[in-house]
Design a protein around this ligand. Sequence first.
Ligand code: PXL
Length: 281
Amino acid sequence: MQKRAIAVHDISCVGRCSLTVALPVLSAAGLNTAIIPTALLSTHTGEFQGYTHLDLSDQLRPIGDHLSTLGLHYDTFYSGYLANGAQADEVLRLMDQLCDEQTHIFVDPAFGDHGRMYSLMDESMPRQMRRLVKCAKTIVPNMTEASYLLEEPWPGEEAAEATVTDFCRRLLELGPENVVVTDVNFRPGQTGIAVLRRGMEKPLYLFHERFEGVFHGTGDVFASFLLAALMNDKPVETAAQIALDMTHFAIEETVRSGEPLRYGMQFEKVLPLFWQRIRTE
Ligand code: PXL
């Protein structure tokens, strides 16, 4: 049977993030992917001015009410960027209506980076996002989001290994089975991730060469590849390695092309390689 996913993120018309990344990546991995948009923006909110923003909170309830009558099973529920903190109520309601015991709830907190929350976020977001994290099987915060979720000061771009390990352990205590933290930069010239699954004594650290610059949408590219690999029955350690490699190659392609970084990562070019990896590993 073909697996089915439901992705709950914003639509940013231009800039390759959230749904314009999640949908193609999950589809390319063979998943039947439904979407529920949380907001509609003309672009993402980093490095663009004058973007439009339509909060779709009032649509989530009628959409959920209708979809719940269809009797469909979703193998994964993938939430990301929310229009505001209060929208967590509606997302929890959607989880309740659309998920069953077998649904892999995958939460990308998607509310900040580089020590700050994104432009349109309100201060309730970390507290509200913690409620989704509690229900999740897998979470993928970056180090900024991890700090906010734990109510810790941001430790800076190059947090020490001991700090990252401590954050991972405490995030696991919030409820999920798998914690994958991105933006781990304690090795000079490298960037990487920490993977802590319940039952592991300490996180597995995986790294790649670091490119200088701010790469918009990388969190979404990484999270979508990670989930796509998990849904193809890879253990979280293997899925994380594949997703890290794919993200690295997508950044490499983008840097090589000279395309402005605000237009997002060229993940399209690595989809054939991704398919090969999930078939052979
Ligand atoms: O990539 C995360 C993201 C998603 N959606 C919107 C954003 C961002 C990051 O800036 O602005 C609208």
